[in-house]
Design a protein around this ligand. Sequence first.
Ligand code: IMP
Length: 188
Amino acid sequence: MTRTADLIADVAAVLLSEDQIQEKVAELGRRISADYAGRELTLVSVLKGSLPFMADLMRAITIPVQIDLMEVSSYGGTATESSGLVRILKDLSSSIDGHHVLIVEDIIDTGLTLNYLVRYLRGKNPASLRICTLLDKPARRLVEIPIDYRGFEIPDQFVIGYGLDYGERYRNLRFVGVLRPEVYTSPA
Ligand code: IMP
């Protein structure tokens, strides 16, 4: 059985501590609450990686919000590379026609997944559509994505924790870290 301590042992370095993340989430919540004051906001989060960020961010927002969840998977890629071919595994539960929509993402890497999602959601006729991402890895961007709310810009490293996985593991860590190289090379 794998315990949290074993997961932590796989981590080479902590990139963002729990405190750093929580401080940033509170700041983003304040900004979003001020920017959307007097309007009804719908947060659309993308499973599974954005789950902890969405849960914390929605509670840091003080204006009325609705939430919806989508799940997409990119296919044709590898465990650490996205391909840009996106399949919708779970669609919106309610209409966003006329809603002010804020997409809540865990990380923007190449931007291919979000580029697809933005085009898809625009087609649903929202009153406005903006993007909030906790992490931004600009070094690997292949398509331009206008980011309205950005938590942290990070270097070109594959990161895990706070929702982000490698082989579906490490999502439950409270911090964002970098894995030891052996984890990628040794068989599971
Ligand atoms: P993009 O399409 O390349 O921008 O990748 C978007 C998705 O790839 C994210 O929502 C994550 O699920 C995954 N991803 C990209 N970079 C990382 C990383 O460093 N760690 C874990 N997942 C990542």
